[in-house]
Design a protein around this ligand. Structure first.
Ligand code: CO
Length: 134
């Protein structure tokens, strides 16, 4: 069972321009860019009262968001993240229902230092879903 939505991640072609749009045009609180080499992305966090928006830009070779940006040159919504209490229990429940978990199937440590898994978009209405254990 999923809980709160934790964040929406948007891949952008220009982090500085995207930060300006969120900070100046939309009037949100925006962090400084942070390189996450272990995830192949540079991130900017937009802190809203009820949720975060993560602006992602490829970092280094083989970034997991590089292909997405090539297919969506003006950027776009990349994934949504839902919180779960027990990620292994959720994985087993989802696998038993025929859902596909991406990668090795083992939780990785995500951008917030917590275990995460990604679910196949074709099983979930065309949306890449990240589960994060909180
Ligand atoms: Co995420």
């Amino acid at each position: 069972m999923i809980g709160k939505m934790n964040h929406v991640a948007i891949v952008v072609p220009d982090l500085a321009a995207a930060s300006r749009i969120y900070e100046q045009t939309l009037g949100a609180r925006v962090s400084l860019p942070k390189d996450m080499p272990e995830h192949g992305v540079t991130t900017v966090f937009v802190e809203l009262p009820n949720i975060k928006v993560e602006l992602l830009h490829p970092l280094g070779d083989g970034s997991p968001v590089q292909n997405f940006l090539e297919r969506n040159p003006s950027g776009g919504v990349h994934h949504v993240c839902y919180e779960v209490e027990d990620i292994i229990k959720e994985r087993e429940r989802l696998l038993a229902q025929g859902a596909r978990v991406l990668g090795s199937g083992e939780p990785q440590i995500g951008a917030h230092g917590k275990p995460v898994l990604f679910l196949h978009p074709k099983d979930f209405c065309g949306t890449l879903i990240e589960l994060e254990q909180v």
